[in-house]
Design a protein around this ligand. Structure first.
Ligand code: 5AD
Ligand code: SF4
Length: 448
């Protein structure tokens, strides 16, 4: 995932970094890598070759968290060889100093709001300190910006526009791990977008836990205006944004997509549940009807905007009727994709104290029903594209299948063949005719 560092100023110190979790974490890791390189560290691809082993962790569900402790356990023997361990990210913030008890060979524990202090923490680490923490910065007003971000893809890259979250949904650990919501100045976002365009990037993905809660500290731009402005940066061909919160999703976002060609035809709008009763228990601050109204804006846009969502099944107190409402909502919206999860109780969250928990088998059954229904919806949605000519950005090649891997503006994978002797390079754009569809991808031929 992350590229190998070739820092000419490297002083021989090496690090290994593995990332778990969401795109925010992936992008944080790009910033951490850039910061470490700036401090003279070289990235290596295996734990065994590193002086410093870092895990950037996720705690959104218990399985994600468990993976981190398993990984720490797998590699603890390397501590005897003098290697240092650091735990970064959401598990670090959530568990804090308890990590030192559970894994005494760990020397550094830092949540994302403290990465600005990484250079200082590295100095302490190099001086031999054993329990270094960065855990107290969640109330910061500052965002973590760095000019050294080591982006792992040369054509498309993330820009953080907002960090943290103030929504406090009853099931969600994020406000406790990533701290309070803080937006970055629009001038700073645009300057980074311009720098990226000059460096050859053509696709930008604006990132945040709730991008559309964006509140420009300079008071210059709304989220929709910022989106449009990034889309108008010369050289930028595609702009995506994730994740949106339905409560703050405003009509001007759809109008911006209609007006600015570079904004991609895709909105990810997590519903979580189709039942207004469950939505209220989840403290989502919108009803099924309010959500569907926002979906109607998207459906009536001039451009064909693809919709995807996140859903949780088995939230405490979810009855079979509530679950049925999630099924009917998915059928009504006709999403092009859903990320569906079984509810997982998380420390510190209000839902952990709620009664009426749903048995694990029931959760699994509901999840399977939802995924089966969704597969049918997607089969039909994807089949509608057969015969269309779509613009794709080339992502890579599948040599075994003799296919080029492309991505459409709607964020669908379109694998295609070409009659040209030289395969199109990653990052190039071309037109592809869709010849066949599957529930999760399209197949086609490049239009010569
Ligand atoms: N259990 C299950 N799924 C969760 N998500 C967030 N918290 C939990 C939890 N405690 C899901 C939501 C969110 C996505 C990123 O993860 O659907 O949108
Ligand atoms: Fe996981 Fe949420 Fe942290 Fe992302 S912000 S890494 S999804 S817990």
């Amino acid at each position: 995932m992350a590229q190998q560092n070739t820092n000419p100023y490297s002083s021989g110190k090496t690090f290994y970094l593995e990332t778990f979790g969401c795109q925010m974490n992936v992008h944080d890791s790009e910033k951490v890598i850039g910061t470490l390189q700036q401090q003279g560290y070289t990235q290596v691809e295996e734990e065994a070759a590193a002086d410093l082993i870092l895990y950037n962790t996720c705690s959104i569900r218990d399985k994600a968290e468990q993976k981190v402790f398993n990984r720490l356990n797998d590699y603890k023997k390397l501590h005897a060889q003098g290697k240092r361990f650091g735990v970064l990210g959401c598990v670090a913030q959530q568990e804090g100093e308890k990590i030192f008890e559970r894994a005494p060979y760990v020397s550094l524990v830092s949540g994302s709001a403290s990465y600005r202090k990484l250079p200082e923490m590295l100095v302490q680490l190099e001086a031999g300190a054993s329990r270094i923490t960065g855990l107290d910065d969640r109330q910061t007003e500052e965002t973590f910006e760095t000019e050294f971000t080591a982006r792992s893809n040369a054509h498309r890259g993330y820009i953080t526009i907002i960090e943290g979250c103030d929504k406090f949904c009853a099931y969600c650990v994020v406000p406790y791990t990533r701290g309070k919501e803080r937006s970055r100045k629009s001038s700073s976002v645009l300057a980074e977008a311009r720098r990226m365009a000059e460096a050859g990037y053509t696709e930008i993905q604006l990132l945040g836990q709730n991008v559309n809660s964006y509140h420009d500290p300079e008071g210059k731009k709304s989220f929709a205006e910022l989106l449009a402005a990034v889309g108008e940066v010369p050289g930028i061909v595609r702009v995506r944004f994730t994740t949106s919160h339905p409560r703050d999703f405003t009509r001007d976002i759809v109008e911006a997509i209609d007006a600015v060609p570079a904004l991609c035809d895709h909105v990810h709008l997590p519903i979580q549940s189709g039942s207004s009763r469950v939505l209220q228990l989840m403290q989502r601050e919108y009803t099924r009807e309010q959500y569907l109204e926002k979906i109607s804006w998207i459906k009536t846009a001039r451009r064909p905007i693809s919709m995807t969502t996140d859903m949780i099944v088995g939230f405490p107190g979810e009855t079979p009727d509530d679950f049925e409402e999630t099924i009917t909502l998915a059928a009504e919206v006709q999403y092009d994709g859903i990320f569906a999860f079984k509810y997982s109780p998380r420390p510190n969250t209000p839902a952990i104290h709620m009664s009426d928990s749903i048995p694990e088998e029931e959760k699994s059954m509901r999840l399977q029903i939802l995924l089966d229904r969704q597969r049918e919806i997607q089969r039909i949605n994807y089949a509608r594209h057969v015969g269309e000519v779509m613009d794709v950005m080339v992502e890579g090649h599948n040599h075994a299948r003799g296919q080029v891997i492309g991505r459409t503006s709607q964020n669908k994978t379109l694998n295609f063949t070409t009659s040209q002797p030289i395969l199109p390079a990653p990052g190039s754009y071309l037109k592809v005719r869709v010849t066949r569809s599957l529930p999760n991808s399209l197949v086609g031929e490049a239009v010569s």
